[in-house]
Design a protein around this ligand. Structure first.
Ligand code: AMP
Ligand code: ZN
Length: 130
């Protein structure tokens, strides 16, 4: 009996999170975004408040809270997504790029749907990374 209650609690939590999540709405096409890249499990679109020109977010289509929540089996496809977006930005004139990924509020995560920031860079652009 308690197992059933826990099962429903977990699923209700998941439904609540995805209904309320801005990145889920983008992934489901409910909020239109210019998609820079898409694959079976990932999409990429411009950050609404870019830190540098071309600042892009790569997100899983499914709601995972952060990297700890994502299955490692998605790792290969995620690497492909990062490299594909980086390739597009390098072809558009970027000279380098940073990838930044915030996990949990203490590390600066504001949107609780896992995402990777890809920041195209140019020599002397003034952006301070680590
Ligand atoms: P983080 O601090 O790692 O959680 O970063 C969240 C990022 O999502 C910020 O850089 C925001 O500018 C960006 N962001 C929030 N809402 C949107 C949106 N609707 N479309 C694009 N980017 C967004
Ligand atoms: Zn979400």
């Amino acid at each position: 009996m308690f197992e059933y209650i826990n099962f429903y609690k977990v699923h209700l939590f998941f439904i609540f999170m995805t209904e309320d999540c801005i990145f889920c709405k983008i992934a489901q096409g409910k909020i239109p975004e210019e998609l820079i890249y898409e694959s079976d499990n990932f999409i990429a679109f411009p950050d609404a408040n870019p830190n540098v020109k071309g600042h892009t977010l790569i997100i899983p289509r499914k709601h995972y809270v952060n990297m700890m929540d994502m299955p490692a089996t998605l790792g290969r496809e995620l690497m492909d997504a990062i490299k594909s977006v980086a390739d597009i930005k390098l072809k558009q004139g970027a000279e380098g790029f940073n990838i930044i990924q915030n996990n949990f509020p203490a590390a600066g995560q504001v949107v609780m749907h896992a995402h990777i920031h890809l920041l195209p860079r140019k020599k002397g652009d003034g952006f301070k990374s680590i």
